[in-house]
Design a protein around this ligand. Sequence first.
Ligand SMILES: Cc1cc2nc3c(=O)[nH]c(=O)nc-3n(C[C@H](O)[C@H](O)[C@H](O)COP(=O)(O)OP(=O)(O)OC[C@H]3O[C@@H](n4cnc5c(N)ncnc54)[C@H](O)[C@@H]3O)c2cc1C
Length: 384
Amino acid sequence: MPLNIPYWEKNHAEDAAAVFDVVQKLAEGPIRAHAVELDRTAEFPRALYRQLGAAGCLAPRLPVDLGGIGLPTYDYCRMIMMVAQESGTIGNAIVSAGIAANYLYAYGDGKFDDVIRGYADGSLVPAMALTEPTSGSDLRSLRTSATPVGGGYRINGEKIWITKGGVCDRVMVLARLPGESSDGLIGLLVDTASEGFSRGKNEDLMGMRGLATASLFFNDVFVPESQVVGVPGGGFRQTVQALSFGRILVASLAIGLARGALRRAVDYTHERKQFGKRIWDFQNTKFRVGEFAARLLAVESLLARACSEYDLGRDPVAEASSAKLLASDIAMEASTFAVQAHGGIGFSRHLDVERFMRDSKITQIYEGTNEIQRSIIARAVVSD
Ligand SMILES: Cc1cc2nc3c(=O)[nH]c(=O)nc-3n(C[C@H](O)[C@H](O)[C@H](O)COP(=O)(O)OP(=O)(O)OC[C@H]3O[C@@H](n4cnc5c(N)ncnc54)[C@H](O)[C@@H]3O)c2cc1C
């Protein structure tokens, strides 16, 4: 009994249908086949990652000459939703690649085109390093230092919880310039083969397992001037701007997880009988599914609005944060409902519905926690 919540079908690029077809085949083929094993072993799926790159999934919004397919942002979101219905981890791998590629494209002044092509085809694994042991939500308080030296900068400090940190080839590091105000940050692209760079062991996470999330250590790492991303001192501003795009992608990831969890709940409740009836036939089940479908339809419209604004070159702060906030809450609630609707087996690993509940949780935390989203939205809509 398939769940059929219609996607927003307007404004797709002409060739998007063919791309969706490829992504659907990937999602129902190798991604579905690897999802459970990936969650169990938590090993970064290199071969599958290259396959995603070959299919154009890792940076689809970028122009063709940079390895992208020039898709509008909403089409990109739809790809993420399709993938996340099978594997949150692979959806997350696509999201983090897209955020990293987009950052270099937006602020790199064309200096990093070869790196971007590597990100797009999966031959180079990217990471973005903002968070530190004493600086999470409060990005301005970060301590990793970038000291100007002849021909470049020396980085010292530690970053934590970095997605793909354990396997990345390049990492965009946000660091503090000496003597600058709290906004005086710089973005530096670090080659992880550099002397003085090292990684911690991969974190044992509750969900989104298999993305080599790790701490990164910088001990006098030299970064040449040519690897400055954007304007020295402008790192905070450009990163905050880039977060809107990241929140749009995380909202899509959360919507995909919610859709995947609900589909499993609908399938199971049509099979399972108690008191002589299918679980689906109890009104409570239909009410819950109907409510989640309504919320998903609403948040997808909001997401489409955020994407349109973004593609017009505006920074849709309130729309992107609202979509991320609402979608991640729906994902968490829908996946919890899906486990509940399965009864005892939902709490076991005989089925994979519990994975959606574990994967959903992080969408309320990263790319700015949902408490921070509420503050951002309030600031965006109230001028005082
Ligand atoms: C799996 C995973 C992947 C990640 N990937 C990356 C990555 O690739 N790159 C990267 O840089 N970071 C990454 N992060 C870090 C993530 O972005 C941070 O964990 C997140 O921003 C929250 O920061 P924190 O953990 O320090 O929590 P804290 O900032 O310490 O917050 C703790 C709690 O206090 C609340 N709180 C904080 N400030 C306020 C406030 N002003 N008002 C109300 N409540 C508040 C928060 O909402 C939260 O509930 C990742 C984290 C995880 C777990």
